[in-house]
Write a protein that binds this ligand. Structure first.
Ligand code: NI
Ligand code: MN
Length: 222
């Protein structure tokens, strides 16, 4: 699997059977230097919650590529697309690239609609089992003790927010990583905005590899 980071919480997973976008906040993302047209064919878009810096370009990309959007019921209803998978925190759900499940994130999920905000349901993280790798994208979340449940799941790669203010800060991300005990942590959701400035090199956890991905860097996991 090839993982590409677009900055903020946006990742592209190019797996053997599907290309998966997570939280495609690309337009307006200061780290995203490509155009939407330069994206490969997208098969799935996973949305962790309704905030604009995560829902992002989901609608436009889904309409253009026919990707299936995976999100909570409120976001799926809002999008009014034909190809959606409406999910909840659950057990693993099988699909053509492997399987996945939504997990709890402690965060809100409102959707901006014009000048108002509408209810965007519950915020999620996602765990993916794909190409022999188990990857956790935490979404936007504060530190919470349910993360300790992931320790039993032998997570290979954990994508954790470190920027603080809206999410865990780097100290809490370190505690989260200690609870989850993944092989590798990749920090995300920092330096995009003034209030989430952080130096990711400060994320050091005994026994866990930290990989700091530059925007548009790719990493291949076997
Ligand atoms: Ni958010
Ligand atoms: Mn966010």
């Amino acid at each position: 699997m090839v993982v590409e980071y677009f900055g903020h919480a946006a990742f592209l997973l190019q797996t053997k059977k599907a290309n998966i976008l997570i939280d495609p906040f690309l337009t307006g993302n200061p780290f995203f230097e490509k155009t939407l047209d330069a994206l490969p064919v997208i098969d799935y878009i996973f949305v962790t919650h309704g905030h604009g810096d995560h829902l992002g370009d989901t609608l436009e990309i889904a309409k253009k590529t026919g990707a299936t959007v995976v999100a909570n019921p409120e976001i799926c209803h809002y999008l009014q697309l034909e190809k959606v998978m409406t999910v909840q925190p659950s057990g693993y759900i099988p699909c053509d690239f492997g399987r996945f499940k939504a997990v709890v994130a402690t965060h809100t999920s409102s959707i901006d609609k014009g000048e108002t905000k509408i209810d965007g349901g519950m915020a999620f993280g996602y765990v993916f089992d794909v190409d022999g790798l188990r990857l956790y994208h935490a979404g936007d979340t504060g530190l919470h003790s349910d993360m300790a449940l992931l320790k039993d799941e032998a997570i290979d790669v954990a994508l954790l927010p470190i920027g603080g203010y809206f999410t865990m800060d780097i100290m809490e991300a370190r505690r989260a990583a200690t609870m989850i005990a993944p092989k590798t942590v990749i920090p995300m959701h920092y330096n995009t905005f003034d209030v989430i400035q952080e130096d990711p090199t400060n994320l050091k956890i005994d026994g866990i590899e930290t990989i700091i991905m530059a925007p548009h860097e790719t990493i291949t996991f076997n």
